[in-house]
Design a protein around this ligand. Structure first.
Ligand code: PMV
Length: 347
């Protein structure tokens, strides 16, 4: 049996946001969401089998290439998910032995800052552990298991291309499904990082507070029509139609956050500067539209032809610390490049 497995899984950017839960267990989303899977913003997770009497270990591989013990918050989430994955693998039969793991994980992008790091991380962890336990999960299996971590958007990172969760809008407990593969429409995403620090209020807490907004029920009424416009724009590769609703949708999700009790402000002044720059690009005839997950950083969608021009415009803003160029990607995969083999040093 293989004793070390590495999985790579992508972040995704929601075009229609999931914000609010019907039930935290599962989790069950209050609304259907649609996303684009990314290619370069990925989590890489190496999982090694340890001797049975060893405790599970969690290590963090930072963007500078250094390894250190994971923070208690990260380690607690990962240890709880390891237990879920062991239970799922065991089924009803009593285990012959309880597998123990050393998990080493890291992201190519800032963590906890509105770039779906939990979705990428839990999908990579789930794929690595289930493979190590001898299973070959389908994308649907991976989706259901990864989102049982509590990161709902992990349900979408199991697939490449453009993804909807739940696939059946009338069944919030249903799985996610791809609605189009990556090569259907090669869109770029230039991420303007204005603050790379982890957000102060988790999205889990944001989901809990969402129904306290006086505008939440109205949002749920408006979403089915907006979702079908986004799906139609994706189907027809219609950038203008996508632009008309994607920015409106992002602003509305943040309006719910800002009007929750107590309110949550993920935006920084720099976020507004980037939104203004995107409007200016459009005014100059460049196809560009902005969306923002639960953080201050802005994802600017554009076509591959206009990617460099969008990046140059964002890099020119003094408020932008870094731009990350990404595009639609093909989904998670297993890799032979284990984190310990990547020339890292321990700290
Ligand atoms: O996946 P979670 O539970 O961390 O929540 C994700 C929330 C948003 O990123 C704001 C929206 C989404 O659908 O991805």
């Amino acid at each position: 049996m293989n004793r070390t497995v590495t999985a790579v899984a992508p972040a995704n950017i929601a075009l229609i946001k999931y914000w609010g839960m019907l039930d935290e267990a599962g989790p069950l989303p209050a609304n259907a969401s649609v996303s684009m899977t990314l290619r370069n913003c990925v989590a890489r997770c190496t999982v090694r089998l340890l001797p049975e009497d060893a405790p599970d270990e969690v290590w963090w591989h930072n963007r500078q290439g250094l390894l250190h013990r994971a923070s208690p918050a990260l380690a607690d989430g990962i240890l709880a998910h390891l237990q879920r994955l062991r239970n799922a693998a065991r089924g009803r039969s009593a285990p012959a032995r309880v597998p123990r793991f050393r998990v080493t994980t890291g992201n190519t992008f800032p963590t906890g800052a509105g770039i779906a790091s939990s979705a990428a991380g839990y999908t990579a962890l789930t794929l690595a552990v289930t493979t190590l336990l001898g299973k070959r999960p389908t994308p649907a299996d991976l989706s259901v298991l990864a989102c049982s971590s509590g990161s709902g958007s992990a349900a979408r990172s199991a697939y490449g291309g453009y993804v909807r969760w739940p696939a059946d809008p009338h069944d919030p407990a249903g799985p996610a499904a791809a609605i189009a593969p990556a090569d259907h429409w090669l869109l770029s995403n230039v991420i303007a990082v204005v603050d790379s620090r982890p957000k102060a209020v988790t999205s889990r807490e944001g989901h809990r507070r969402a129904p306290t907004s006086p505008f939440f029920d109205r949002r749920l009424q408006l979403l089915p029509q907006r979702t079908s416009i986004v799906e139609g724009a994706l189907r027809e590769r219609d950038f203008a139609a996508l632009t008309r609703v994607v920015e409106e949708e992002a602003v509305e999700m943040h309006l719910i956050a800002m009007s929750s009790r107590p309110p949550i402000f993920y935006w920084r002044p720099a976020t507004i500067e980037v939104l203004a720059a995107v409007r200016e690009l459009r005014h100059d005839g460049i196809p560009a539209c902005a969306t923002i997950d639960a953080g201050p950083n802005v994802h600017v969608l554009t076509t591959p032809d206009h990617r460099d021009c969008v990046r140059a415009a964002l890099d020119a803003l003094p408020e932008v610390q870094e731009t990350i160029v990404d595009e639609v990607g093909t989904g998670p995969f297993l890799s032979d490049m284990h984190i310990g083999d990547l020339g890292t040093s321990s700290a």
